[in-house]
Ligand binder design. Sequence first.
Ligand SMILES: [Zn+2]
Length: 199
Amino acid sequence: MTAAKTDTCTEALNDLIGSGLTGALAGLFEQMEWAEEEIEKARKRHPRHADTIYHSFKLLTPTNALMGTEFVYRSHCAELLDRVAAGQDTRPGTAAEVCCMASDSSLVAPLTDTAAGLYARMWLQAFPGHREVWGDQAPHYEALRGSLIDDLEGESRRKLSVADRKRGDTECQGMHHGDPVSCQYAPTTVPAQLELIPA
Ligand SMILES: [Zn+2]
């Protein structure tokens, strides 16, 4: 694959991934809505962990301006919430975050073949709805540089770790979005009639 071809492809990707940048200011509330919607979707994917996922909103703080683009941020949220359900570490970078880093780096200098291969791999994982941009290039990178891409993926996810992006103690008042719920994190209340019985 020629460098020129990779550059053209990277440009197209960057246009797509950065499409939300122009509306970034108006987007903050919208972003919160996307996060809430991703929480609802994740709760349906993982019903046994629905309460934990409900209380994971604070893990979803955007970490890159490119997350003003809806599909980028939604993918980031979905990966973190799936990790919550699986009991996995939520600190390492997500595939969407690696794509943001690859996009940022490609603006500074052309990506090496290994970096372009990582960009392709992460892109296809994070944004399956936009896989057409890579055409048939990804398998070539994987065939030629698969193990180097593995190493760079591990390193990149580590580098992008957010130290305080982890679940702490969860407090729940027994209300979700203003509605009373029976949540596993709500204090168990003593039924009123029992309190009246003298000790
Ligand atoms: Zn709760």
